[in-house]
Write a protein that binds this ligand. Structure first.
Ligand code: ZN
Ligand code: ZN
Ligand code: ZN
Length: 377
């Protein structure tokens, strides 16, 4: 939980008119109401970074009618001082011995279709279903994704701030990486730097040295980093705004093996080509294909084993996914990673930037060099 964002930033990031837009989206989707429990959907709609617990907290947004936030009474003060308190939305409370699901049902009447936050606990969804026996429940993500994918100017600035913060960490990495240190030691220092540079949480620290670099989601191990080994560093965190960073660069202590350099230049070209493709109307699968074609025509296609990217915002992975089969055209304000990789072993590489789809093309949130960073041994 944090309420660190300044009042001005919170109002711009979480504008009061958003609840109305969400209600209209619910109505357009043929729903009677949305029930949003703590998580990215609730935060997106209200700015309230409520903690997840067994006590029900939820924003109820009827397609027609007034929305209300239901919170346990002991958390009323927290809810009021969160950005949600400035929205003018009713904050209702329940007592420890009340049934909050019955309270929601009593307010909703007999809805036919209700969507719940994608990240509502299953146990809560079942209790809501029991309290609303006539309602078909579905996932609210499908209703909210269209809104969440089009980042506002304030959201783009929050992502830029996150990008600048993780760029500062990448600039420190050459001072932390040394032959003879373990991945875990380096990772611990990186985590400290992620916080020192302005994030409120460290979401992940991947330090993949040598063969571990060939495993895209390797995190940290006690492996000692050796001279001449490429090291994949993929790091990210959450800013006070709620918006997230995610950037990958590759480092090498001393000179890399020649066969590594051979494919690193291909990867570098693939990432660049894919970023340049970004514009409103372009299909995500076309962006993926651009990166994949560069890598495949150089003979490394079988070593690019994941999609090219994922959306980012209040979650590290959200829509739109930059992947074959995604034919929903990119819209202005879409924010996502472009992160092709080549993992032939006994080393691997990935280059990752967050890119926003601007009116005329890509707007990069990460600006550190994409060249292999060679650290003096
Ligand atoms: Zn990943
Ligand atoms: Zn990523
Ligand atoms: Zn990443």
């Amino acid at each position: 939980m944090d309420n660190d964002a300044t009042a001005v930033a919170a109002t711009a990031l979480y504008p009061p008119e958003r609840i109305g837009a969400v209600a209209r989206a619910a109505e357009a989707a043929g729903l009677d109401a949305l029930v949003l429990t703590p998580g990215p959907d609730l935060r997106y709609v209200t700015g309230y970074d409520a903690h997840v617990s067994e006590r029900l907290t939820c924003l109820v947004v009827p397609a027609r009618g007034e929305a209300f936030l239901l919170v346990p009474r002991l958390e009323l003060a927290v809810a009021r001082t969160s950005p949600a308190g400035a929205l003018g939305v009713e904050i209702a409370t329940w007592e420890e011995t009340d049934d909050p699901f019955a309270a929601v049902a009593a307010r909703l009447g007999t809805p036919g279709r209700v969507a719940v936050a994608d990240q509502m606990w299953a146990a809560m969804a079942f209790r809501l279903r029991d309290a609303l026996p006539g309602a078909a429940l579905s996932a609210a993500g499908e209703v909210l994704r269209g809104l969440r994918m089009r980042k506002s100017a304030a959201e783009i600035e929050a992502l830029r701030e996150a990008g600048a913060a993780i760029d500062r960490v990448h600039r420190i990495v050459p001072h932390l990486l040394k032959a003879g240190r373990t991945e875990r030691e380096v990772g611990r220092d990186i985590a400290e730097a992620i916080l020192a540079e302005g994030h409120v949480t460290v979401d992940f620290t991947i330090v993949g040295s040598g063969p571990n670099g060939a495993s895209p989601h390797h995190e940290l191990s006690d492996r000692v980093i050796g001279r001449g080994e490429p090291v994949v560093v993929d790091i990210g965190g959450t800013m006070p705004s709620g918006y997230r960073s995610d950037s990958t660069r590759v480092y090498c202590v001393g000179a890399p093996p020649a066969e590594f350099t051979d494919y690193y230049v291909v990867l570098r070209a693939a990432q660049e080509a894919a970023v340049r493709t970004v514009a409103p109307g372009v299909l995500p699968e076309a962006v993926d294909a651009v990166a994949r074609d560069v890598i495949a025509s150089a003979g490394y296609g079988e070593f690019f084993v994941h999609r090219t990217g994922h959306g980012i915002g209040l979650e590290t992975h959200e829509h739109p996914y930059i992947v074959a089969g995604n034919t929903e055209p990119l819209t202005e304000g879409a924010a996502f990673s472009i992160e092709p990789g080549i993992y032939p072993g006994p080393h691997g590489a990935r280059i990752e930037d967050i890119v926003v789809c601007g009116p005329n093309g890509p707007d990069r949130m990460n600006l550190t060099t994409r060249d292999l960073v060679i650290i003096d041994a």
